[in-house]
Design a protein around this ligand. Structure first.
Ligand code: FE2
Ligand code: FE2
Length: 162
């Protein structure tokens, strides 16, 4: 693995761990409203994002290199509303997709076929992540100010979180 790919993969571990912390912060926001279903959903997302980071961590180790962990930025701690959270979550997933595409293109350019194949899992995963994030945002916008509908939606999150 060349230096450029090594650097980009270490950076991506950072982005995945940041995503994990961002979703934990969002989970805590919902725990305090309280909307337990949404909190649970974001806690699970946080766990998944950590696993994404660990996948890259393992891949670097499998290529006989030592991971070079980067500092993780502080995620936002304040949110205006449930809709605000879902808007930010969707925008964040779109950003992560672009970051994955950038490394994918770099792997192609550098003719790193192993990394190219490795990243395909992430590209497929992002399709699902963006779909979920967009569906969540659509649903929260659909119910508007209807508090009763919000509680029903929260129960639905509770059921689908696992
Ligand atoms: Fe991820
Ligand atoms: Fe994600």
């Amino acid at each position: 693995m060349n230096d450029k790919i090594f650097k980009a993969l270490n950076e991506q571990i950072k982005h995945e761990f940041y995503s994990s912390n961002l979703y934990l912060s969002m989970a805590s926001y919902f725990e305090n409203i309280p909307l337990e279903g949404m909190a649970k959903w974001f806690r699970n997302q946080a766990k998944e994002e950590h696993e994404h980071g660990m996948k890259i961590y393992q891949y670097i180790n499998d290529r006989n290199l030592q991971v070079d962990l980067q500092g993780i930025d502080k995620p936002p701690a304040k949110f205006k509303s449930a809709e605000d959270v879902f808007k930010q979550a969707y925008a964040h997933e779109q950003k992560v997709t672009r970051l994955i595409y950038d490394i994918y293109e770099l792997a192609l350019k550098e003719k790193d076929h192993a990394t190219h194949v490795f990243l395909q899992w992430f590209i497929t995963e992002q399709v699902e992540e963006e779909k979920n994030a967009q569906d969540n945002l659509d649903q929260i916008q659909l119910i508007g100010d209807d508090k009763a509908a919000l509680f029903v939606l929260d129960q639905n999150f509770d059921k689908t979180a696992d």
